[in-house]
Design a protein around this ligand. Structure first.
Ligand code: NAI
Length: 296
């Protein structure tokens, strides 16, 4: 018997950081009502402002009309309480990249969900099977890994946990298509495809800085001009968030038990200092300066 994939008519998003607001943006533009939840009210205010600014830019580039922007923004509502997600057909978790934080969210969320609701995590690296197993519905749990910035980047990695069923996979694949994205299916290994390759390269760039192979500018220019990368690896690390990069390296190091994934001590130190990159104003560049100035 072939089961039809469930319809997705409303979306809940947990975490209104850089990824949460981007996911809300593309879902709302695709005509889906969205409820965005964050523990921090100021994160919700910031997310709505960012979304408005990004849509204004799309209007000025004639990618969308002013009416489409207004209708999309009207589809987004916010809450600080997970109970607001009781009607969502799909809840996409995009909170901080920390397994304990995500587990606690799912534990609190599950009793409020309707039985048919599906759950997706936007995690960059954490096992979908393990996260799914913390819920009452591992068969309806899946990895839906958007790229940053979400409105611009084409790819969504879709990761099935060992228990994820076919209707959930088909429904989420169809949603990615509806959002104008191309999906790549990855197996449930630490950091999946993109970050398995990308983040160790970033970590190696931090080692090159740490060991004095080159300055921040030299390393970024070398990779932009010598390898044709649109952004240097250190600039990209600041963009992703150094806290997120470090968490991904920990997951790779622990999950694959190979010393080649050892996080660079300089990356650890920056995170300990609270220098997370763009989102905190300082990382490998100082974002309080215009243009941002390299710090080493
Ligand atoms: P972020 O630090 O910008 O935002 C995280 C948000 O989660 C914050 O607003 C925080 O207040 C909120 N949050 C924390 N605990 C919460 C809770 N218990 N309930 C509700 N909200 C909570 O992080 P970002 O970059 O948006 O990352 C979010 C997720 O997306 C992570 O899993 C990350 O690995 C993944 N991701 C990040 C990418 C990037 O380039 N930054 C790319 C693709 C995925």
């Amino acid at each position: 018997m072939v089961t039809e994939p469930p319809d997705i008519r409303s979306i809940g998003i947990i975490g209104a950081g850089q990824m949460g607001n981007g996911i809300a943006h593309v879902c709302a533009l695709a005509g889906l009502p969205v409820i965005m939840v964050d523990v921090k009210p100021e994160a919700l205010t910031r997310a709505l402002a960012t979304m408005g600014r990004n849509m204004d830019r799309q209007v000025s580039r004639t990618l969308i009309t002013a009416d489409q922007r207004d209708e999309a923004l009207a589809r987004v509502s916010t809450a600080t309480d997970l109970t607001a997600l009781s009607d969502a057909d799909l809840v996409i978790e995009a909170a901080t990249e920390n397994e304990d934080v995500k587990r606690a969210i799912f534990k609190e969320l599950v009793p409020h969900l309707k039985p048919s609701a599906m759950l997706a995590s936007n995690t960059s690296s954490i096992s979908i099977t393990r996260l799914g197993a913390t819920t009452d519905r591992p068969e309806k749990f899946i990895g839906m890994h958007f790229m940053n910035p979400v409105p611009v980047m084409k790819l969504v990695e879709i990761i099935r946990g060992i228990a994820t069923d076919e209707p959930t996979f088909q429904a989420v694949k169809a949603l990615a298509h509806r959002l104008g994205k191309v999906s790549a299916v990855a197996e449930d290994f630490p950091a999946f495809i993109v970050n398995r390759i990308l983040v160790p390269m970033i970590n190696e760039a931090v080692f090159a800085l740490y060991e004095g192979v080159g300055s921040v500018s030299a390393i970024d220019d070398a990779m932009k001009l010598g390898a044709n990368h649109p952004m240097g690896p250190l600039e990209l690390a600041d963009f992703i968030g150094l806290d997120t990069c470090l968490s991904i390296m920990h997951v790779l190091y622990e999950g694959l038990a190979d010393s080649k994934y050892r996080p660079c001590p300089l990356l650890v130190k920056y995170v300990e200092a609270g220098w997370y990159g763009r989102k905190t104003g300082r990382g490998f560049y100082d974002y309080t300066q215009t243009p941002p100035r390299p710090t080493r």
